[in-house]
Design a protein around this ligand. Structure first.
Ligand code: SAM
Length: 214
């Protein structure tokens, strides 16, 4: 969290709350998983849902399922013929997510692919209208390179954790994830094919789209 906790709590209290089905998943995740804070949480989950809805996205890709919180937020905004493919490498995380997907009203729209995301991406053509990257931080540059050509013309990529609690702006922070994110952020900034905005929501989210001919 980058903003002061009191401000974060205020913003959360003035944003639409968590849908009932997701509260149960969040509670189970907190009970079963060692790092439950990997879940995006209610406010960021709602931001993702709004983006998917506002873009009228039909085909969504997620890299990093964990227990399925963000996937369920986004799936709720898909049209009946929409699809969400989500990739997860950890079978334990995938098992929890699969159970909650099956019990949700969106079971027919969500496909979980178990295995390293880069491998899974080889068999996906796209185009995707919305991509959420939220897996191992050192893989971000490869995920970006793999998904940009698979983005639909009006598609958007959302990338989570880009600020690493502010560590990217601290030259003394040399943690491997921070170093990887710093390089990733520079790569996106210097890519003439895209335009992007880095939001200071939670650990930072960058929204990226292809540059449009004007
Ligand atoms: N988006 C999820 C949510 O909001 O609930 C949180 C995702 S969590 C931050 C990152 C997930 O990426 C973990 O469950 C981890 O096992 C998974 N992961 C790590 N490396 C991966 C890889 N190479 N391919 C697919 N998933 C990976």
């Amino acid at each position: 969290m980058i903003v002061r906790p009191v401000v974060e709590a205020y913003a959360e209290a003035h944003s639409t709350g968590e849908p009932p089905g997701l509260a149960a998943l969040a509670e189970e995740t907190r009970g079963l998983c060692e790092v439950p804070q990997m879940m995006v949480g209610p406010m960021q989950g709602h931001l993702l849902a709004l983006l998917v809805g506002m873009l009228r996205a039909r085909d969504v890709l997620e890299i990093g399922t964990f227990t399925g919180y963000s996937a369920l937020c986004m799936a709720a905004e898909l049209p009946p013929d929409g699809t969400l493919v989500t990739c997860e490498v950890d079978p334990g995380h995938a098992a929890i997510a699969r159970r909650h997907f099956a019990a949700s009203p969106y079971a027919d729209r969500i496909e979980l692919r178990l295995g390293p995301a880069l491998e899974q991406l080889k068999s996906m053509e796209g185009p995707f209208d919305f991509v959420f990257i939220d897996a191992d931080k050192q893989g971000y540059a490869d995920y970006y390179d793999a998904v940009l050509p698979r983005l639909s013309e009006t598609g958007v990529i959302a990338v989570d954790n880009v600020l690493q609690f502010g560590g990217v702006a601290n030259p003394l922070d040399d943690k491997p994830d921070t170093v990887a994110l710093r390089a990733f952020n520079d790569k996106v900034r210097d890519d003439p094919r895209v335009e992007q905005v880095m939001l200071t929501v939670r650990e930072g989210i960058t929204l990226i789209r292809r540059v449009r001919a004007r």
